[in-house]
Design a binder for this molecule. Structure first.
Ligand SMILES: [Zn+2]
Ligand SMILES: [Zn+2]
Ligand SMILES: [Zn+2]
Length: 156
């Protein structure tokens, strides 16, 4: 677990360097906080957790600034419906990142990031816009029960 977090942080650092972004110590610690949490957190949760993990204070204001940077760098995503943030689950992957979509478990609150094919998204967008509705975000946040919780729920 720790190894995976460390390698994700290292990969994030390399990726930022390659694209000319500066992943400062504080930004990296905010990302680490999210990676350790393994679930979405609000900016306030992040500030609190930051204090506990690093014995350093972080105002909610600067948490928002760090998160903005991390989102621009594609390392963190924001759930629009709950105003929470989560680490991208593809930081240590080599493949190209698709427009991320999220499956949210209502039972254990874990979030799974999935990439939907662009053709599927385009079809969805087209049929929505055919109704005269203009989308401000193409991010899907779908609620349900994750595979693990489902297995726990079903009778043995
Ligand atoms: Zn992602
Ligand atoms: Zn991946
Ligand atoms: Zn679950």
């Amino acid at each position: 677990m720790t190894d995976k977090i460390d390698s994700s942080l290292q990969k994030a650092q390399t990726e930022c360097m390659r694209t000319g972004l500066r992943l400062t110590d504080k930004r990296s610690k905010v990302l680490k906080t999210l990676l350790q949490a393994g679930k979405p957190l609000s900016a306030y949760d992040i500030a609190d957790q930051f204090k506990v993990s690093f014995s350093e204070s972080l105002s909610a204001m600067s948490a928002y600034r760090m998160l903005d940077f991390l989102m621009q760098a594609g390392l963190v995503h924001k759930l629009e419906t709950s105003n929470q943030y989560l680490a991208c689950s593809h930081i240590s992957c080599e493949h190209k990142h698709e427009l991320p979509q999220f499956l949210i478990c209502d039972q254990c609150h874990t979030v799974q990031e999935i990439g939907l094919g662009t053709h599927l998204l385009k079809e969805l967008k087209d049929s929505i816009e055919n109704t005269g509705f203009t989308l401000s975000s193409q991010q899907l946040e779908l609620h349900g029960i994750c595979a693990k919780c489902r297995a726990d729920l079903s009778p043995q």
